[in-house]
Write a protein that binds this ligand. Structure first.
Ligand code: HPA
Length: 237
């Protein structure tokens, strides 16, 4: 049965779903990387597809921007479609000085200014972390591909237009690699459902140095990230 935000039938999604923020990116991933991909949902134009990668079923669906949007889709995929693993594939803004645009960041943990995980976790602070098996598969895939990558803590921000840019210095002092807007919500939703998640991100800009990527660079680092994500999708047990 369809959910309020997903029109797919039961069984339409694979056990593993890749989630970019942008639904049109989901379509591009389906067209470029999946065999015999078919559209399974388009409610609110939040496109979702299921196909095969090297013979194994894999789905891809947009998450939208921000923790609330990601939380809705992750909840329904985990709880109504029996999805077991979600791999977020997104972009982030670099925070640490030695994080460079184009780097691949694998979010072992996700700090946040959002209260959603406290709400989920009875008012206590929840350590929003990636599933270890997925993390290992992701790091292994990045290593095998000889791809520069960093593994650590990111910050999932509620606001893109942050009224406290000085807070980036605090993040830096706490070893935050990069800022994005969904990972902490995804990790909380996975934990709550007893399911698994990891986030792989490419650095599209740097919030302190102001460096940014060209369209070509974005395209290349997107391809690098997708190689890692798809390999992890089919190798993680
Ligand atoms: N802030 C939040 N999310 C982002 C950014 C940023 O600077 N860059 C890419 N995603």
């Amino acid at each position: 049965m369809a959910t309020p935000h997903i029109s797919a039938e039961p069984g339409d999604f694979a056990e593993t779903v890749l989630m970019p923020g942008d639904p049109l990116r989901a379509r591009v991933i389906a067209e470029q990387y999946l065999e015999d991909a078919r559209e399974v949902t388009a409610t609110r134009n939040m496109l979702g597809y299921t196909g095969h990668y090297r013979g194994q079923p894999v789905s891809v669906m947009g998450s939208g921007m921000g923790i609330p949007s990601m939380s809705i889709y992750a909840f329904e995929l985990f709880n109504e479609y029996r999805v077991e693993k979600i791999i977020r594939v997104g972009t982030c803004g670099g925070v640490l000085p030695d994080v460079e645009v184009r780097d691949v960041i694998i979010a072992m943990g996700a700090s946040t200014d959002s209260s959603v995980n406290r709400t989920r976790f009875g008012g206590c602070d929840f350590a929003a972390i990636a599933d270890y098996g997925l993390l290992e598969a992701t790091v292994g895939a990045a290593r095998s591909a000889n791809l520069p990558h960093r593994v650590g803590n990111v910050f999932s921000s509620e606001l893109f237009y942050n009224p406290r840019p000085d807070f980036f210095e605090k993040m830096k002092a706490h070893g935050i690699l990069a800022v994005e807007m969904e990972a902490a919500g995804l990790y909380g939703a996975a934990a709550e459902a007893g399911k698994r998640a990891v986030s792989i991100l490419t650095v599209s800009d740097h919030v302190i140095t102001g460096a940014s990527t060209s369209a070509d660079e974005r395209q290349n680092s997107f391809q690098d990230m997708m190689k890692v994500a798809l390999e992890a999708a089919i190798t993680a047990d």
